[in-house]
Design a protein around this ligand. Sequence first.
Ligand SMILES: C[S@@+](CC[C@H](N)C(=O)[O-])C[C@H]1O[C@@H](n2cnc3c(N)ncnc32)[C@H](O)[C@@H]1O
Length: 280
Amino acid sequence: MTSPRGWLERGSTALRTRTRRVPVPEPSESWRTRRQFPTESTIPMPPEELRGWVGSAPAFHDVALTTMGRMNMAGLRQDHDVLDIGCGVGRTARYLCGFLNDDARYEGFDTSAPLVDWCQTNITPLFPNFRFTHVPLFHPAYDPDPSLPSAAEFIFPYADDSFDFVLAHSVFTHLWPDVTTNYLHEIGRVLRPHGISYTTWVLFEDAPSGYSNPRAKNMDRDPSGTFAIRRPANIGFSQQFVRNAHRAGGLEIVEPIHPGFRYFQDAVVAAKQPGMERTR
Ligand SMILES: C[S@@+](CC[C@H](N)C(=O)[O-])C[C@H]1O[C@@H](n2cnc3c(N)ncnc32)[C@H](O)[C@@H]1O
């Protein structure tokens, strides 16, 4: 009879052999048809030209599912009122429709009219508690019309203390530092006390032992040290800048920061601390 140690030793070889034979499943259409969230079959897949650079349908689902998992770990609940900053074509909203209670409020806003139109046409009629708003704002790469209002001074069109959970997925990776500071300040305003902020980033740190997202390596550092950019509008931030901007918004980061992987960005979870003063 083989001793436990012998099994372990043999097992490790056997496991290696088996692991090699079992391919890691990539998300595929057939995988998708076997596992569906209820609203996926109700809300159509947005057309490819509106889906952005992670454009394939399986990857579009993959990103949203992982975001849902990360937001659940951050403390998202079914009765939460949710604000989705830069909601895009409703990638996350499509899953939130099947998760949030009917009387929970969802608000999404975005600077792109075609993306917001798609959400208003395809999501709101089925889920009237999901509302989408177009806010035209200046962006040096996406909307370079100088007559548009500045995002650095934009006041979110929602009352103080009106949301339990605010998310911005893959949005701060396109915003300049002054807009970033303003948006974190606004998040601190519209969240209820102890409300949760979930945002994603490309972060870098200069200390040799510090965490840096590999994507930041391909970006040109601004001499200020606070941000790095890859044209036309992919932006990374120093961790210190992001920490300071959260503090100024009255938001306390819940450690640890979740590092990104594959095409997922670094995720920062924070809570609105009633005692913390918001400063400009
Ligand atoms: C990479 S997309 C992410 C969209 C969505 N959050 C998602 O995960 O699918 C970035 C989005 O930010 C929007 N955006 C850019 N500047 C913005 C701003 N100042 N305020 C709000 N949204 C903005 C863009 O129109 C775009 O839809």
